[in-house]
Design a protein around this ligand. Structure first.
Ligand code: MSP
Length: 509
């Protein structure tokens, strides 16, 4: 039976259109989801929008729209953006949907029945950027370190509180028993330090202002946006309205989120689930930020770039490839348009694209377009096998950059083989015909396997190129074809335009 794999991203505040920073996370999760589908896993890949935020209300008001009307427009805009980047979730949840509201009401009631909610007066500094109250020791020069351009608001409210403190020991035990619960290691250590500092109970409602999910047992209050948003991972998996779906996919295998919000996912979220008696997710991966001159790319910093415009300019594959290859997944990535061009020209045009075009054109020229049967030993099979194992290991441990590096060793080895063997010289010498056949077969197989390994990263062009090798991409791009020798001798290879034409334009932003 297929293994199930339930992967989620953070759900975005639709206060504006997506930017390269928010797209980075979705692309990374899409790469992982695609790899799992290639393995034949039963994948649920969930994304969505987090609509009950005050930022969303403000964005709507600025345009004289009702919040829901604004959210409808933005949901369409987000979906279009994800499609333009070839990010394909299985489901897209909006927190204004009835299935979600039901789940939030249900979990809040479960926490209350458990004795984990109480009412209290609260006064504190609120960061609208984080949608969170800040402790004095969270601040840097009196400001939120993640939103230094925003003023904090001093709020005094009567709210419902969740007894987070009650779960300190259980969380500590969970972190110890499941070392893979928070990844990467640096993020895990940050959270362990936070647990050592001591937790505080957290306010989980706000006074009702007409936007938000009403607290079922206190209509004067609405659910605090984080307590509402986190529940999307349950409601998106069918809890409580579709028990069969929930049974099939829960617990989540991987929550992919930014480093700024890992603490909500690795501390508040598991405590909520423990309180409600539900299983905990397997892993929270806190990725780094896309930065511009070392500042996080964000609307409040005024340094955002439109990923759709970049996809139109360079193609979605080149953008995805750049974002996934340029930095270790987990660390920050300093955005640089010039590097998109440099990577696309070096690795894609000169590397993979060149390998495909010279392989197909040599088979056309020397063997009438039909792949010859290899006679004699392969010169690259062993290296390709090692790379395939490294690729699998990398993708299974969320080392997305490592997966690309493994694929590129195959491309490099094959391109070197062309120089070593000089097929154009072999073609002139009939006594070396066997060696030419073996070389052409090696090149075609290495091309096929590098396309397969790069498929999760660049689904569009790799599928196109796989078809040129005479294969059906839908059937051939699975991990059961990772072994050497899947290309049948006699297959017709098709020539075509360059897979990745060189980008000649200047890299101005
Ligand atoms: N709505 C909350 C998440 C709730 S999840 C239950 C939120 N939304 S957000 O729109 O501000 O951010 C969505 C995701 O994008 C977060 O994981 C955040 O870390 C990520 N990023 C936002 N800016 C980013 C960069 N500049 N770089 C990388 N990721 C970025 O937080």
């Amino acid at each position: 039976m297929a293994r199930k794999f339930y992967i989620t991203t953070a759900i975005d505040y639709p206060n504006d259109r997506p930017h390269v920073g928010t797209a980075y996370e979705k692309i990374a999760a899409d790469v992982i989801a695609r790899h799992r589908r290639m393995r034949g896993d039963d994948v649920l890949f969930l994304m969505g929008n987090d609509e009950h935020s005050q930022k969303v209300v403000r964005a709507a008001r600025d345009r004289d729209l009702e919040p829901l009307e604004w959210c409808d427009r933005l949901a369409a805009c987000f979906r279009e953006a994800w499609a333009a980047l070839d990010v394909v979730p299985d489901d897209f949840i909006r927190t204004t949907e009835p299935r979600h509201r039901l789940a939030v009401e249900r979990i809040l009631t479960a926490c209350r029945d458990r004795g984990d909610l109480y009412e209290a007066e609260y006064e504190g500094l609120y960061c609208a950027g984080c949608e969170a109250f800040k402790r004095e020791d969270d601040l840097a020069e009196g400001r939120c370190p993640d939103h230094p351009t925003r003023e904090l608001e001093r709020l005094r409210e009567r709210n419902w509180f969740f007894r987070l403190t009650r779960y300190s020991d259980a969380l500590r035990r969970h972190f110890a028993a499941e070392p893979g619960f928070v990844r990467p290691e640096t993020r895990r250590n940050e959270l362990l330090a936070l647990l050592d500092l001591g937790l505080q109970d957290i306010s989980v409602t706000r006074p009702a202002t007409g936007w938000g999910i009403p607290v079922p047992f206190d209509p004067r209050s609405v659910v605090y946006v984080w307590f509402d948003a986190l529940v999307n991972y349950l409601s998106g998996a069918g809890w409580p309205s579709d028990p069969e779906r929930f049974e099939r996919y829960w617990p989540a295998d991987l929550h992919v989120v930014g480093k700024d919000i890992t603490r909500f996912h690795a501390i508040l979220w598991p405590a909520m689930l423990l309180s409600a008696g539900l299983e905990l997710p397997k892993c929270v991966f806190g990725h780094g930020w896309v930065t511009v001159r070392d500042a996080r790319m964000s609307k409040s910093e005024g340094n955002v770039l439109d990923p759709v415009a970049l996809a139109v300019r360079f193609g979605p594959d080149a953008i995805r490839y750049y974002l996934m290859s340029e930095a270790v997944f987990g660390r920050d990535l300093e955005f640089d348009t010039g590097r998109i061009v440099a990577r696309a020209n070096a690795d894609l045009a000169n590397g993979l694209g060149n390998l495909l075009s010279r392989t197909v054109s040599m088979v056309a020229k020397y063997r009438d377009g039909r792949l010859p049967a290899p006679k004699g030993a392969s010169a690259v099979r062993e290296a390709v096998g090692t790379a395939a194992a490294a690729w699998t290991e990398a993708l299974e441990t969320w080392d997305l950059q490592g997966g690309i590096a493994a694929a590129n060793t195959v491309v490099a080895r094959a391109n070197t083989l062309v120089e070593e063997r000089a097929p154009w010289a072999l073609a002139k010498d009939p006594s070396r015909s066997d060696l030419l056949d073996a070389t052409l077969y090696d090149l075609a197989e290495a091309t096929r396997l590098s396309l397969l390994m790069l498929h999760p990263y660049m689904p569009r062009r790799t599928a196109e190129a796989t078809a040129r090798l005479g294969l059906d991409p839908a059937a051939a791009l699975g991990t059961d074809h990772l072994d050497w020798g899947a290309l049948r001798p006699g297959t017709s290879l098709a020539q075509g335009p360059p897979l990745f034409p060189r980008i000649e334009e200047s890299p101005a932003p």
